[in-house]
Design a protein around this ligand. Structure first.
Ligand code: C2E
Ligand code: MG
Ligand code: MG
Ligand code: MG
Length: 288
């Protein structure tokens, strides 16, 4: 009897599933409405080059200025957008907007690369490469100012067409970064076949860096592996001076986190970076 019940749940659309599907459809429709109403916005979080102390990259992080719900964070809608497929349209909007914002950074005399998150499912479309290439050229931006953040899972179910998309984009000058590195249950041998430019150590490792010797060892190993393979390493989620000191001593290349800055609207990111540059200049030119 238990077995039959198990099979039943397999064959029939139960109440919970129906509710989830309805919920997804509602969010899907709301995302479509929100795109038309221009409710989405990209926030920017500075990434610091630890050696030069320059902010030479920013990560673009999507926010939804919702008329009823207020500021909605990506964790509330990105995974649904991935499931319903609307992530492709949204992802194209994100790339288009980041091109426009890049131009604003450059006009403000900020020499920067933008690191843009891409969902795995955005690579499923055979038109992805042509679409993205078109977005770069329509906006007259240099594609070598872009880094695409992807997760290891893209390499796991790596169909050759997705791998071709990556190679073609790399030929255009787009760099690739492995986001949340260390959290996927993946074999690292993809790094041999598919070169990437950055590894972003997941913030859960950085979080335990000071208290957990094992996590510190893992961070150290990732940094050393990156150096040996010629892949720069970014530590994300750095919140404390002490964490940064450890990362510095391990010769980590880049850091990102609340210690430096939270993600902020473009209109705040520009003065923040100007201020950072002025401070740096002040230190360098000081007679001490
Ligand atoms: P992610 O790409 O790993 O982004 C890092 C997340 O950590 C961001 O959350 C950021 O605000 C947060 N963070 C940065 N520094 C710190 C820190 O010092 N401490 C802590 N506790 N958190 C920190 P956010 O903006 O809520 O984004 C969450 C996730 O949503 C992102 O994780 C990414 O997977 C996804 N996402 C965000 N924007 C986009 C997008 O434009 N496209 C796609 N496909 N996914 C996006
Ligand atoms: Mg990211
Ligand atoms: Mg991450
Ligand atoms: Mg993430």
């Amino acid at each position: 009897a238990a077995k039959r019940a198990g099979r039943n749940t397999h064959f029939f659309f139960n109440e919970g599933m129906r509710e989830a599907a309805e919920h997804h459809l509602l969010i899907h429709a709301d995302i479509q409405r929100g795109m038309a109403a221009e409710e989405f916005e990209l926030y920017y979080q500075p990434i610091l080059n630890i050696r030069t102390q320059k902010i030479d990259k920013c990560e673009a992080l999507i926010r939804w200025n919702h008329p009823e719900k207020g500021l909605v964070m990506p964790d509330r809608f990105i995974s649904v957008a991935e499931k319903t497929g609307i992530i492709r349209e949204l992802g194209n909007w994100i790339l288009r907007q980041s091109c426009k914002d890049l131009r604003t950074f450059l006009e403000a005399d900020i020499d920067i690369k933008l690191s843009v998150n891409r969902s795995v499912s955005e690579f499923y479309s055979s038109k992805a490469y042509e679409t993205w290439k078109g977005i770069f050229s329509e906006n007259s931006v240099d594609s070598n100012r872009f880094i695409f953040e992807i997760t290891e899972s893209l390499f796991m179910d790596g169909h050759s067409s997705q791998m071709n998309t990556i190679s073609a984009l790399r030929k255009l000058g787009v760099q690739f970064s492995i986001d949340d590195f260390g959290t996927g249950f993946s074999a690292i041998n993809y790094l041999r076949n598919y070169p990437v430019d950055y590894l972003k150590i997941d913030k859960s490792f950085v979080n335990d860096l000071l208290n957990d010797d094992q996590d510190k060892t893992l961070v150290e190993v990732i940094i050393k592996m990156g150096r040996a393979l010629g892949i720069a390493v970014v530590a994300e989620g750095v919140e404390q001076d002490e964490q940064l000191a450890v990362l510095e001593s391990l010769e980590c290349d880049y850091m990102q986190g609340y210690l430096l800055a939270k993600p902020m609207p473009l209109s705040q990111a520009i003065p923040f970076i100007h201020m950072h540059e002025a401070k740096q200049w002040g230190v360098e030119s000081s007679p001490l």
